[in-house]
Design a protein around this ligand. Structure first.
Ligand SMILES: [Zn+2]
Length: 214
């Protein structure tokens, strides 16, 4: 039985951070690969190391250091081979409930989330999305939603109690709805392009469900 042939087709999208070429000098790149355990995003680092070193950090972010000579194909395949172990490790890290700070007063909450919107907006501005109005609401089952017809997004006040990288994820998700209203492949394609590690962040957000309760 040849295991390799059972693996799904490989790289979906590649996001370049810094200079990279196969056989190049130094590189660090975020890569998105389809694996038997689902789509995974990882940071690939080429270094003067002898072996492939795989790591999952506290956020559930995957990094793989490889020797200079290692091809991108080999690196992606390694992620595929380890995908089951990786997804289990990530789930363990991310679903651990995180301590959340007490809810800020309404004014502070608005300031935090508006700052988050301003931080995220430049990512989508070049695609022709107007800066939306922002409404806040305490919700128990949704982190946000997008009223694309009316030109505003609603964010859950609980999001102000979450780390910035998770605020950015929810905000960007709602902003992308101005371009793609449903959760079809084009929506997720845009998320992949604009925030390659959004799946990890979505998973990480589950660790903050305590913020949703009062
Ligand atoms: Zn949505």
């Amino acid at each position: 039985m040849q295991r390799r042939k059972e693996l799904p087709p490989m790289v979906k999208t590649v996001i370049i951070k810094g200079r990279i070429q196969d056989g190049g000098e130094h590189m660090e790149q975020q890569r998105i690969v389809e694996t038997p355990a689902g789509v995974l995003t990882y940071t690939l680092k080429k270094k003067k190391v002898k072996n492939l070193n795989l790591r999952v950090d506290q956020n559930g972010t995957i990094s793989l250091s490889v020797p200079m000579r290692c091809t991108l194909d080999r690196a992606d395949r390694f992620i595929q081979e380890k995908s089951l172990w990786l997804t289990q490790a990530i789930r363990r890290q991310q679903e651990r409930q995180q301590p959340v700070p007490p809810p800020p007063d309404r004014e502070t909450c608005k300031a935090i989330l508006l700052a988050g919107l301003k931080r995220t907006y430049p990512v989508i501005a070049p695609l022709g999305v107007d800066f939306p109005a922002l409404k806040l609401r305490a919700m128990t089952s949704q982190w946000g939603n997008c009223h694309w017809m009316q030109g505003y997004i609603t964010l859950n006040t609980a999001l102000a109690r979450c780390p910035e990288r998770l605020q950015d994820y929810v905000t960007l998700h709602e902003l992308v709805h101005f371009l793609h209203h449903d959760h079809g492949p084009r929506f997720y394609g845009k998320m992949d392009l604009l925030m390659p590690d959004w799946r990890q962040r979505r998973q990480e957000l589950k660790g903050y469900s305590a913020a949703l309760e009062r």
